[in-house]
Ligand binder design. Structure first.
Ligand SMILES: C[S@@+](CC[C@H](N)C(=O)[O-])C[C@H]1O[C@@H](n2cnc3c(N)ncnc32)[C@H](O)[C@@H]1O
Length: 279
């Protein structure tokens, strides 16, 4: 068996790669990640026949399809997600945030409801949120202009999300009633999201580092969980400003349990662990 040989990642190339990843995706790579980077990117260099990391960065930048950049982010970050992750957030969303938002929208006489899942990965989180929206509004749902936008930088996970097919162990994490109502068992034992629920989620590729957030209507709730863990404080601070600008006053924001906001940010007020509100 041929031994796997690794291309040397010298300091100058590491710096070039680090700067590119930071500018284009906001992901912070420090020198402690050196061997992780080599381990994760070596298969790409081998497959593409690229001699060194400097040439690799040149190729990624020149690839206007975005395929190599998308793969780079996939390899350096994790798309790991699962149904009902950090379950108390879903409980708070369904029992507290959503009823308050619905009530405020009703009083305004405008029955629009916009939720954004901003690091959607393979779809487990956005489908759960859309299911909770449908279940909370019940019969009334059809009378609302309600919808969920799910975005991610990775084209690969978005394809999986759109397909909406999950292993039974993954779907088993959901409350039984939700699984029965919103998922259909396939002949191979896997579960697919019901077409009615799939129709409520719009998937788009979107990089949170984009300087402008071109959304037509303001959001009432934003889930942005377990992505800011890769971003440094200045990146998070700037992101808070861009997020707040596309959220309605009083809108809720949910972040991951292991994440925190920069102490100097003034865009959001803390409500409870991981939950914030636009004043
Ligand atoms: C660990 S997953 C989190 C999934 C889900 N929100 C959860 O909490 O389970 C992080 C996701 O963030 C995405 N991501 C990383 N950098 C991003 C960026 N700059 N813009 C948008 N999405 C990004 C990754 O592709 C990945 O799917």
């Amino acid at each position: 068996m041929a031994a796997l040989s690794f291309t040397k990642l010298d300091d100058a190339d590491f710096e070039q790669l680090r700067a590119y990843v930071y500018e284009s995706c906001g992901i912070t790579l420090d020198h402690s990640k050196h061997s992780l980077v080599v381990g994760r990117l070596q298969p790409v260099l081998t497959r593409e026949g690229i001699a060194n990391y400097g040439d690799y960065v040149v190729r990624v930048k020149a690839d206007h399809t975005g395929r190599l950049r998308s793969e780079l982010v996939d390899r350096l970050s994790t798309n790991h997600t699962f149904f009902w992750r950090e379950a108390d957030h879903f409980d708070y969303f369904a029992k507290t945030a959503l009823p308050q938002v619905i009530d405020a929208r009703r009083r305004s006489g405008n029955k629009t409801l916009r939720v954004w899942c901003a690091a959607a990965s393979a779809g487990q989180e956005p489908y759960t949120l859309a299911a909770l929206m449908m279940d909370t509004l019940g019969q009334e749902y059809a009378a609302w202009d309600a919808g969920l936008l799910a975005t991610d930088i990775s084209a690969q996970v978005l394809e999986k999300a759109k397909e909406g097919v999950y292993e039974s162990e993954d779907v088993a994490r959901l409350p039984e009633a939700m699984r029965q109502r919103h998922f259909v068992r396939q002949p191979d034992g896997r579960w697919q999201v019901h077409p009615k629920l799939r129709a409520e989620v719009t998937y788009r590729r979107f990089n949170l580092m984009n300087p402008s957030f071109p959304f037509k209507q303001p959001f009432d709730v934003v889930f942005i969980r377990n992505v800011m863990i890769y971003f440094d404080m200045p990146t998070k601070l700037a992101l808070m400003g861009r997020l707040a600008a596309v959220m309605r006053p009083g809108a809720f924001m949910f972040i991951g349990a292991a994440e925190s906001l920069p102490p100097e940010q003034r865009s959001f007020e803390s409500v409870r662990p991981g939950v914030f509100r636009r004043p």
